[in-house]
Design a protein around this ligand. Structure first.
Ligand code: CAA
Length: 380
């Protein structure tokens, strides 16, 4: 078993680390406070190739493996989880989905702009009454010959306002249940497509989350992804890979908080010595580090399986459920290690603690991951 990263992996990780420290760290507290989208930073991420890392070079992508992607995700998430969720949705859900299942025309028209960050993507599955229960889509797309007529509401959409291209999942034939679901590419600005107000969130406040309304939106037939009825499988496959990205985000949030706590514990003195010399703190650091390393192994294994062309549904779900719990545990302990300072914004750990929570919720809650895992175990 070879746990060594290649030189290329190390280069990508270091480039993401430098970018995060130099470009994301300044202003991250203010963006969180003001719920300000990191527009300039996301544009630079596109220029540096962080928005279409795994996509085909033919369409402007980096053609990199999933390991490279999760290394970059971890580094960006250590500093700014709002920027990393934008990166995650664009890479794993939108670019990967179109690259893997889209038509040549869709790749030329949409993917080539999404990989470079010229345009940004969103993935619209959740609805007021269909978050975890993804087959219960109420949004309808009625076949009108050369186009579909889209009607319905989508909720909690990441990049809701900042995106240009939206992958929308909708029911085309209710009788057929999940086999009557399709995925469509919808462009911002088309008639009948309205963006609702921005959600006021607990964490990842720099990312923009909105509900979307579709009122008789005409979607050209050529914008359907894959064969008729492929939409549910498309969503499930795409989310399976997306979960590896979110697991890497959780890993990054945890390791970012751990590094801050470690540094702080070596500087802060109490009872005549640095607090890291007290077992009460040293044992916390030991637990944090151990669970981060365990998460890293799960995330790497899932990414490696995806790169090998093996099934990664189970490993991705395990990585997400474990790394997201680690993110909650470690950030909570990082605040504790910082004491009163942990509770104020300038020390960063309170933000990381708020950001950590969403990793247990989006792209499939921890409860959904346990359904996927238990089904996988019981099937084998
Ligand atoms: N890959 C391919 N096909 C899959 C699949 C996968 N990973 N998982 C399920 N399927 C297929 C099944 O094989 C089945 O097809 P057949 O009938 O042809 O065999 C079909 O899909 C239905 O499967 P199930 O009967 O297992 O479906 P279910 O209704 O029991 O639901 C579920 C399964 C795992 C609970 C699923 O609904 C799910 O993953 N829900 C969570 C959805 C989710 O992640 N929402 C998050 C929203 S997106 C987001 O958060 C993005 C963001 O903005 C950051």
């Amino acid at each position: 078993m070879d746990f060594k990263l290649t030189e290329e992996h190390i280069m990508i990780r270091d480039a993401a680390r430098d970018f995060a420290r130099n470009e994301l760290l300044p202003g991250v507290i203010e963006r969180d406070e003001k719920q300000e989208f990191p527009s300039e930073q996301i544009k630079k991420m596109g220029e540096l190739g962080f928005l279409g890392m795994m996509a085909s070079p033919e369409f402007g992508g980096g053609g990199m493996d999933t390991i490279s992607y999760i290394l970059a995700m971890e580094e960006i998430s250590k500093i700014d989880a709002s920027a990393s969720v934008v990166m995650s949705v664009n890479n794993s859900l939108v670019c990967w989905g179109i690259d893997t299942y889209g038509s040549q025309e869709q790749k030329e028209k949409y993917l080539s702009k999404l990989t470079t960050g010229e345009k940004l993507g969103a993935f619209c599955l959740s609805e007021p009454e269909a978050g975890s229960d993804a087959t219960s889509q109420r949004t309808t797309a009625i076949d009108k010959g050369d186009h579909y007529l889209l009607n319905g509401t989508k909720n909690w959409i990441t990049n809701g306002n900042s995106a240009d291209y939206y992958i929308v999942i909708a029911q085309t034939d209710r009788e057929k249940k999940h086999k009557g679901i399709n995925a469509f590419i919808v462009e911002k600005g088309v008639k009948g497509f309205e963006i609702g107000p921005k959600e006021q969130k607990m964490g990842i406040r720099g990312s923009d989350t909105h509900s979307l309304n579709f009122n008789d939106v005409k979607v050209p037939k050529e914008n359907r992804i894959g064969e008729d009825g492929f939409g549910f499988k498309f969503a499930m496959k795409t989310l399976s890979g997306g979960r590896i990205g979110i697991a890497a985000q959780a890993l990054g949030i945890a390791s970012g908080a751990y590094e801050l706590a470690l540094d702080y514990s070596k500087q802060r003195k109490a009872f005549g010595t640095e607090i890291c010399n007290h077992q009460a703190i040293a044992f916390k650091l030991a637990d944090m580090y151990t669970s981060i390393e365990a998460s890293r192994h799960l995330v790497m294994k899932a990414a490696w399986e995806k790169d090998q062309g093996a099934n990664y549904d189970l490993s991705g779900a395990m990585a997400k459920v474990y790394a997201s719990k680690t993110a909650m545990d470690v950030t909570t302990e990082a605040v504790q290690v910082h004491g009163g300072n942990g509770y104020v914004k300038e020390y960063h750990v309170e933000r990381l603690m708020r950001d950590a929570k969403i990793t247990q919720i989006y792209e499939g809650t921890s409860e959904i991951q346990k359904i996927v895992i238990s089904r996988g175990i019981l099937r084998d």
